[in-house]
Ligand binder design. Structure first.
Ligand code: 13P
Length: 344
């Protein structure tokens, strides 16, 4: 694909008021999510669940693209015309993308830290994914915060892998979503999260520069700057918005067209409220959007529970979350949009 084609995919993914649905859970992750609801993680159930999500009426009003998992990109719709899932998404006005990393493993000699795997054979897999209909890719690196963590070695090893992935994706004509996730686990303060996010982003952009990645043809996906989950002093929404934007301004080049947020284990409503506050502040050189997994899917999955009889209600829940987040991108989300009370 040519450079203008990559840039037009980027712009389509960043369409105003729309975000990305991350539905790329690996086998162990989807198994855990299903197990909590007594749904068995069979190929058929995974396919049925994802087909239910993707066929939500009018989902493309608020969703520009969907990140798929390797199994799903090869599956066909079970209902109606059995077309491949990527073609079904395109027909419905959403761009298909694919998670191309192969998950994380412990970094040798660094027992509490992880390195993302999947570079071996990636060039050939990318060609195959393009033929299967994918137009963008995602690679997730995880950085943990702890007493002596993260180490410089872990940050740099992951930054280099992200940069090589991004270079290979662009070579294959696919828009890379570069995802360094700073984990929420731990009792660290928001200031510590900001420091680690800043160091990680600087290392990632240093590596992207070294590997000659074209910043205009990629997206950054990362988390909001937050207090650790177990930190006794939880930063409020205004502090989160301020720290997140300050951190990005210091570390993300203006040539990057967009930054899309992961939800990272925040509850769905809290993630939307924080997204709204960040977007409302405005005055940034990049477009801001969401690429949520759990914060879009959780209510729908809890309603669906593996039963086709619940599909319509589950789709309504997904549509609702997509709409709330679409409004948040414009700074127009109000708590009244929710039926339930919100506690932050
Ligand atoms: P969450 O929004 O559930 O964190 O998932 C986003 C994602 O794609 C993680 O790689």
């Amino acid at each position: 694909m040519t450079a203008p084609a990559l840039e037009s995919t980027v712009q389509a993914l960043l369409a105003s008021g729309k975000g990305i649905l991350a539905a790329d859970e690996s086998f162990p992750t989807i198994e855990n999510r299903f197990k909590a609801l007594n749904i068995s993680s069979t190929e058929e159930n995974r396919g049925a669940y994802r087909e239910m999500l993707f066929t939500t009426p009018r989902l493309s009003e608020f969703i520009s693209g969907v990140i798929l998992f390797d199994e799903t990109v090869r599956q066909r719709m079970a209902h109606g015309v059995p077309i491949p899932i990527p073609a079904a998404l395109t027909q419905r006005g959403m761009i298909p993308g694919i998670k191309v990393d192969k998950g994380t493993a412990y970094l040798a000699n660094f027992p509490c830290e992880k390195i993302t795997q999947g570079l071996d054979g990636l060039r050939d897999r990318l060609i195959e994914y393009r033929e299967l209909g994918a137009r963008f890719t995602k690679w997730r690196a995880v950085i943990a915060i702890g007493e002596h963590l993260p180490t410089r070695t872990c940050i740099e090893a992951n930054a280099n892998a992200l940069a090589l992935f991004a270079a290979l994706s662009q070579e294959a004509g696919l828009v890379p979503i570069v995802e360094p996730e700073i984990l929420m686990n731990g009792s660290h303060t928001i200031a510590r999260c900001e420091e680690v996010t800043n160091a990680t982003l600087k290392s990632v952009f240093g590596a992207l520069f070294e590997y000659r990645v074209v910043l205009e043809q990629m997206l950054l996906k990362t988390g909001m700057v937050l207090s650790g989950r177990e930190c006794p002093q939880q930063a409020d929404i205004a502090e989160v918005a301020e720290a997140t934007l300050r951190c990005f301004r210091r570390a993300v080049p203006a040539a990057v067209p967009g930054i899309v947020f992961l939800s990272g284990g925040q509850s769905d409503e809290v993630a939307t409220r924080r997204l709204n506050a960040i977007c409302k502040t405005g005055d940034v050189p990049w477009k801001l959007s969401f690429s949520f997994g759990r914060a879009l899917q959780s209510p729908a999955l809890k309603i669906w529970k593996g039963s086709p009889a619940n599909a319509e209600a589950a789709q309504a829940a997904l549509y609702h979350r997509a709409k709330c987040n679409g409004f948040a991108l414009q700074g127009k989300y109000f708590a009244q949009m929710e039926n339930t009370k919100i506690n932050v």
